[in-house]
Design a protein around this ligand. Structure first.
Ligand code: FAD
Length: 532
C-alpha cells in the first residue's frame, strides 16, 4: 500500500543510522517530532462532490483525498497536518481512449476542470486542485499501462502513457530491452508524467533525456485528438512533440506514447572517485564532458553533501577507515565525491574507465572502486524514504534545481547555498544546505540542491509553511539573478509559475497561452499550472 501522507510503500522504512541524529543536531539543532493527522480524520473533512454522477467517476472521499496533493514540501505539510485545502470532486480511472474522450466531454458539459494524474509525484504543485467555483475532475491514467506495440527491428515501443516506471521496464526487459529512464521517483512516476514534465532520469547522460526518447504518441485534448507520428527524424516544420513535452496537462491527456528503446546493456558499473575539493571535481567533470566520454552518469557532490551522505550511510567503521585512507592520499575534509556510471559492452566499459580515471587523476581524484557506487545504485530509489523518517524526527527536507553554463556553476552553487543557509537567520534557525551536479552537458550542468530545516517546534503548521515560502522564494530569485533556468527537471506547476515569464519573455508567454487556448478553448485543462 502506498503511503497516503508521505513517500512510497508504507511497509518500507529508512531508519536513521546512529550517526545521523548527532549530525543533524549539530547542523540545525535538536527537533521535536510533529503530530500527524489521522487518515480517518482527514477523510472526514472531504466535502460533498459538486460533480453529477457518471459511471466512470468515483466520488469516494478516500479516492479524492489520495489524489488531492503531490510530493512537494507544501504538499507534505498539508497531508501531514490534514489541512489539504481543495479536493478534486471526483476521480476517474479510464482504460481506453474512448473513455478519456467521454470524460473530457462530460467535464466540458459541466464546466469542470480536468487534472490529468500520472503517479502524483510532482514536486511543484502540478496536480493540486486550486480552490474555485468550478468542480474538478482528476483523471488517473495508471490503468492505461499496457505495451501496445513493439517494433523490435526499429527499437520503438508504444505504451499506455499511465505505465509506471518498474512496469514499463519489466515489459521491456522481457524482450531484452530497456528505456533507461530512471528518475529517483521511478517507483511511482509514469511515462506520461515524465514526458509532460520533461523529467530527467539519473542516467540521462548515457540514455538521453526524455525529449530524445519520446518518439510520438496520442494526445486527447478538449479540441480533439492529436496523433504524433514517431518518425526517426523529420524536417516537416516545427516538431509538435515539443509542444507536448513540458505541457503539464494543460493541453490534454497523453494517452499513448512511443519511446525509443535499446538492448539491455552487457555490463553496468558504478564507482566512486574522491577529489580534494568540489572545484577540482568540477574541473574533472567538465573535462570528461567536453571530451565526450561515453558515460551513463556523473554525479559530483559538494563537500557538505559528501559529508552528509557519509554520515547518513551507516557503516561507521568502514567510513572512518575510508576517510583515513583518503587523507593519506591527499584528500581531506573538503572532499568531494563523484559517482561515475559506465554502461555498455565489457571492452568499451574497460576503455572508458581508464579514460575517466586518467582525467580524474589530473585533478587529484582518488578512485575507491565500486563499493560506494554499488551502494548508491542499490539505494537510489530507497533514498526518498529518508524524507519520511526525517519528517517524523522533526526535520523538513526539500530540493530545488537549475542549470547553467560551466563558467557560472561555482557562482550559482555559492549563491543558492548562501541564500538558503542564511534564509531563516532572522528567526534564529539554521538551514543545512548541500548540492550536487548530476546532469552534466558539454556546455554546463544542472545544480541540484537539498535543504533541511526544523519543523516548527510547537506544531505551528503555518510557521513550517512560512519557512518554506521564505526559502523557496529567496532561492528562486537567487537562481534567476545568477543566470540559471528556474527548473532543469521538475517543471513549472504552481511553484515556479511566478518566475517563468522572466525566462520566456512577454512574447514567449503569449505564445504558450495561445497554444493552450488552441487545444483547450474553454480553459478546463489543469488551470493555474505552467501559465496563469
Ligand atoms: C522522491 C522524488 C524524486 C524525484 N526524482 C526526480 C528525478 O530524478 N527526475 C525528475 O525529472 N523528476 C523527479 N521527481 C519529480 C517527478 O517525479 C517528475 O516530475 C515526474 O515526471 C512526474 O511524473 P508523474 O507520473 O508522477 O506525474 P504527476 O505528478 O502525476 O503529474 C505531473 C504533471 O503531468 C501531468 N500529467 C501526468 N500524466 C499525464 C498524461 N498522461 N497526460 C497529460 N498530462 C499528464 C499532470 O497533470 C501534472 O501536470 C521526483 C519526485 C519525487 C517525489
Amino acid at each position: 500500500m502506498r503511503r497516503w501522507n508521505g513517500w512510497g510503500d508504507e511497509h518500507i522504512d529508512y531508519p536513521l543510522p546512529p550517526s545521523a541524529t548527532p549530525f543533524l543536531v549539530e547542523a540545525v539543532g535538536a527537533a521535536t517530532a510533529p503530530e500527524d493527522a489521522a487518515l480517518a480524520d482527514v477523510v472526514a473533512t472531504v466535502p460533498p462532490s459538486r460533480l453529477p454522477i457518471h459511471h466512470l467517476v468515483s466520488t469516494d472521499p478516500l479516492d479524492r483525498l489520495l489524489h488531492a496533493r503531490g510530493q512537494s514540501l507544501p504538499d507534505w505539510i498539508a497531508l501531514r497536518s490534514g489541512r489539504i485545502g481543495a479536493f478534486p470532486d471526483g476521480v476517474a480511472y479510464p482504460h481506453t481512449n474512448a473513455q478519456v474522450r467521454e470524460l473530457l466531454e462530460y467535464a466540458a458539459r459541466h464546466q469542470a476542470c480536468v487534472i490529468p494524474y500520472g503517479g502524483g509525484t510532482s514536486v511543484v504543485g502540478h496536480i493540486n486542485v486550486l480552490p474555485g467555483d468550478k468542480p474538478t475532475l482528476t483523471v488517473d491514467l495508471r490503468r492505461m499501462s499496457r505495451m501496445l506495440d513493439l517494433d523490435t527491428i526499429s527499437q520503438v515501443a508504444t505504451f499506455g502513457a499511465g505505465v509506471l516506471g518498474p512496469d514499463l521496464e519489466a515489459q521491456l526487459r522481457a524482450h531484452g530491452l530497456t528505456l533507461g529512464h530512471f528518475p529517483q521517483s521511478f517507483e511511482l512516476s509514469t511515462l506520461g508524467g515524465w514526458i509532460v514534465t520533461r523529467s530527467n532520469g539519473q542516467q540521462s547522460l548515457g540514455y538521453g533525456r526524455i525529449e530524445a526518447m519520446f518518439a510520438g504518441g496520442r494526445l486527447e485534448s478538449p479540441a480533439g485528438t492529436m496523433t504524433l507520428p514517431g518518425f526517426p527524424a523529420s524536417a516537416a516544420g516545427p516538431d509538435l512533440r515539443e509542444v507536448v513535452l513540458g505541457s503539464e496537462g494543460r493541453l490534454g491527456m497523453l494517452t499513448e506514447a512511443s519511446v525509443r528503446v535499446r538492448p539491455l546493456p552487457e555490463t553496468e558499473e558504478f564507482r566512486a572517485v574522491f577529489f580534494p575539493d568540489f572545484d577540482s571535481g568540477q574541473e574533472a567533470v567538465r573535462e570528461m564532458m567536453q571530451a565526450r566520454l561515453p558515460l551513463s552518469m556523473l554525479r559530483l557532490s559538494t563537500d557538505v553533501e559528501t559529508e552528509t551522505t557519509l554520515a547518513l550511510a551507516g557503516y561507521e567503521t568502514l567510513i572512518r577507515l575510508l576517510k583515513g585512507w583518503l587523507r593519506l592520499r591527499g584528500v581531506g575534509r573538503k572532499r568531494s565525491m563523484l559517482i561515475v556510471g559506465l554502461v555498455g559492452q565489457e571492452a568499451s566499459v574497460s576503455l572508458v574507465r581508464q579514460q575517466v580515471l586518467a582525467v580524474a587523476g589530473i585533478y587529484g581524484g582518488v578512485d575507491v572502486g565500486q563499493l560506494l557506487g554499488n551502494q548508491w545504485r542499490k539505494g537510489r530509489f530507497h533514498t526518498p524514504y529518508l524524507r519520511n523518517t526525517l519528517w517524523e524526527a522533526g526535520y523538513a527536507l526539500d530540493t530545488l534545481e537549475t542549470a547553467t553554463h560551466w563558467s557560472n556553476v561555482s557562482h550559482m552553487v555559492a549563491s543558492i547555498e548562501e541564500t538558503l543557509r542564511t534564509g531563516l537567520l532572522d528567526i534564529g534557525e539554521r538551514v543545512l544546505v548541500f548540492s550536487h551536479l548530476s546532469h552534466t552537458y558539454p556546455s554546463g550542468s544542472n545544480i541540484y540542491t537539498t535543504y533541511l530545516y526544523r519543523i516548527s517546534e510547537n506544531g505551528d503548521v503555518e510557521e513550517t509553511l512560512r519557512r518554506w515560502r521564505v526559502l523557496k522564494a529567496a532561492a528562486s530569485k537567487a537562481i534567476l539573478a545568477a543566470g540559471g533556468t528556474i527548473t532543469h527537471q521538475h517543471g513549472i506547476g504552481t511553484d515556479h509559475l511566478p518566475y517563468l515569464s522572466e525566462e520566456k519573455g512577454i512574447l514567449g508567454m503569449a505564445t504558450l497561452n495561445d497554444v493552450c487556448k488552441r487545444f483547450d478553448p474553454q480553459g478546463i485543462m489543469n488551470p493555474g499550472k505552467l501559465v496563469a
